[in-house]
Design a binder for this molecule. Structure first.
Ligand SMILES: *[C@@H]1O[C@H](CO)[C@@H](O)[C@H](O)[C@H]1NC(C)=O
Ligand SMILES: *[C@@H]1O[C@H](CO)[C@@H](O)[C@H](O)[C@H]1NC(C)=O
Length: 294
């Protein structure tokens, strides 16, 4: 049955080369797009992950139609179906198999703003250089600078500097500033039409009803941070998108986020998030948008 299908597909391919080529091209475009999105997500996910990054993740086509298209596209780059972890790129080996290898050359960064500070308090030229180093260490490459670099990660963006201590007064004012900031970010995204209709509605409500102002922004951000896995709690890894970029601007962000995890189980529930932003617990309900899941 499968073979018949395959033969039929080949015959079809020869007969209607033009239309199929068109189709394949469209398909590839879609795939490339997906591959790149997934790898961005992965970068964030694996950021603080101490487990070694999985070597490769082969996307399994969902529909039979996809398979046929693939079988016909002999010349398609096998790497299109593979996405590699941070610091790795896909390469075709001598057996024509896609392989994730450590990125050989990071782009040369001249802009000092691209510098990043590692968890060892060492300034690196770019995030790429950190991921590359971690890859070298996990593959036993000679360029690994030592065992302690196996779990190297980005502590924050910018050069390493002496972080002033977050004083009691600053910390006391931080929840208010954080609420304000979250609302402004949400408003900004609404203006730029970058919110889903569900969150746009919540933003409108926050604009018109002052009691919903901070809570809706807090709920939205919490849902947004709870990316992969979508398990209704925000892990330390999932905090990366707000922690790393804000660190060099806001020395209170790290102690603030640590304090949010009141029961110290390395996860922040919506209740914990609300209470560290000093919001009324009764106003907080899990209203995450499910549409993005589909
Ligand atoms: C990290 O490095 C910076 C710059 O070299 C230094 O000023 C700072 O004191 C260091 N921080 C710690 C915690 O060692
Ligand atoms: C504003 O929000 C609060 C809390 O959710 C709600 O009880 C109240 O009815 C809302 N007010 C208006 C005018 O919608």
């Amino acid at each position: 049955m499968k073979i018949q299908f395959f033969i039929l597909a080949i015959v079809l391919a020869i007969l209607v080369t033009d239309s199929l080529a068109e189709k394949t091209r469209k398909h590839k475009k879609y795939r490339r797009h997906r591959v790149s999105t997934t790898s961005t997500e992965l970068n964030l996910d694996n950021e603080l992950n101490d487990e070694p990054v999985r070597d490769m993740d082969v996307e399994i086509p969902e529909e039979p139609e996809t398979e046929i298209t693939d079988n016909n596209a002999f010349s398609a780059d096998p790497c299109l179906k593979v996405h590699c972890g941070a610091g790795r790129i896909c390469e075709i080996d001598e057996d024509d198999e896609p392989q994730c290898i450590c990125i050989p050359d990071c782009p040369i960064e001249v802009d000092s703003r691209r510098k990043v500070c590692s968890n060892h308090n060492e300034t690196w030229t770019s995030d790429c250089a950190i991921y590359q180093q971690r890859c070298w260490c996990s593959t036993g490459d000679k360029r690994c600078k030592g065992e302690e670099y196996r779990h190297i990660h980005i502590e924050y963006y910018g050069v390493c500097r002496d972080m002033p201590e977050c004083t009691k007064e600053e910390m006391a004012d931080f929840p208010r500033r954080m609420r304000d900031w979250l609302f402004n970010v949400m408003r900004d995204l609404a203006d730029r039409r970058e919110l889903t209709p569900h969150y746009l509605k919540m933003e409108r409500e926050a604009e018109t009803n002052l009691t919903r102002r901070w809570t809706n922004a807090a709920i939205w951000k919490w849902c947004d941070l709870d990316g992969q896995p979508h398990d209704r709690s925000v892990s330390r890894h999932e905090l990366f998108p707000i922690r790393a970029p804000l660190m060099s601007l806001e020395h209170c962000i790290a102690p603030f986020l640590n304090a949010c995890d009141t029961d110290d189980d390395h996860r922040i529930t919506l209740k914990e998030w609300g209470s560290c932003l000093e919001l009324d617990e009764d106003e907080l309900e899990d209203k995450c948008d499910e549409i993005t899941e589909e």
